[in-house]
Design a protein around this ligand. Structure first.
Ligand code: ATP
Length: 237
């Protein structure tokens, strides 16, 4: 498949700290690309630069031939590049359904939106059963599901996720990865940032390994899973 989004020589700093030191990465249309690495490698920083929440000091983000680098976050969302909200930042005093409707608030296609609502409820049946309940009463894993579902309601062309499995119980982690795979099978392009290297590389067609702000390995997810350097550094013996 063709390249839908390109990160070119992206560099991001916090004052004097160079967190991301010129990385390049291609997202292929309809595929999951995993960006993996240890704590502090620069994964979140890279993602925040793609979604416009941090301004890079150098480099470009090009989506479908358009340069997104200098656009505001809401403009990047309007182009279809949507990040799942950080830290499960859902609106706890609203109901599950209201959170989902907010995810699609910029859309004018009401009938299509209702179809997508039915679709996200089929992806996450537990959200359907809690539709009229307050989002704040959901468990951590359910809130993470709601955050993903809400992002899907914006009808993204590219979905960006920052460690969706963080802090979740093993069964819930399995469930999240299963759904990401299912979402991808509908053709949606995904950039998945993860410290859970094994699970991420299992579902990703392509993977990049980030260390100290630089990409040190790039290959298919499958090859990376069997790469001795990856096994030694991230997967254990
Ligand atoms: P994690 O999984 O812990 O989020 P990460 O790979 O996403 O790790 P980043 O959060 O992108 O890494 O951090 C990259 C580097 O930038 C680290 O050295 C971190 O200490 C530094 N950093 C991150 N956020 C800030 C900030 N707001 N101010 C200063 N330095 C920061």
């Amino acid at each position: 498949m063709g390249v839908i989004l390109q990160i070119k020589d992206l560099a991001v700093s916090y004052g004097h700290i160079e967190a991301v030191k010129g990385i390049s990465l291609d997202l292929h249309e309809g595929e999951i690309t995993a960006l993996v690495g240890a704590n502090g490698a620069g994964k979140s920083t890279s993602l925040l630069a793609v979604s416009g929440l941090l301004k890079p000091v150098a480099g470009q983000v090009v989506f479908g031939g358009k340069d997104l680098t200098r656009l505001a976050p809401h403009q990047i969302v309007q182009h279809g590049v949507v990040q799942v909200a950080e830290g499960r930042a859902i609106l706890t005093t609203l109901t599950v359904r209201e959170n989902l409707e907010l995810g699609g608030y910029t859309r004018k296609d009401r009938p299509e939106m209702l179809k997508d609502l039915a679709w996200v409820f089929s992806l996450f049946p537990v959200l359907k059963t809690r539709e009229d309940g307050l989002a704040g009463n959901l468990s951590g894993g359910e809130q993470q599901m709601l955050a993903i579902a809400r992002a899907l309601m914006a009808k993204p062309k590219v979905l960006l996720l920052d460690e969706p499995s963080m802090g979740l119980a093993p069964l819930m982690v399995q469930e999240i990865f299963r759904v990401l795979k299912e979402i991808n099978q509908t053709g949606l392009t995904i950039l998945l940032v993860e410290q859970n290297v094994r699970q991420a590389l299992k579902i990703a067609q392509h993977g990049y390994v980030l260390e100290n702000g630089k990409i040190v390995l790039a290959d298919s997810g499958k090859n990376l899973l069997h790469n001795p350097k990856v096994i030694e550094a991230y997967l254990g013996a």
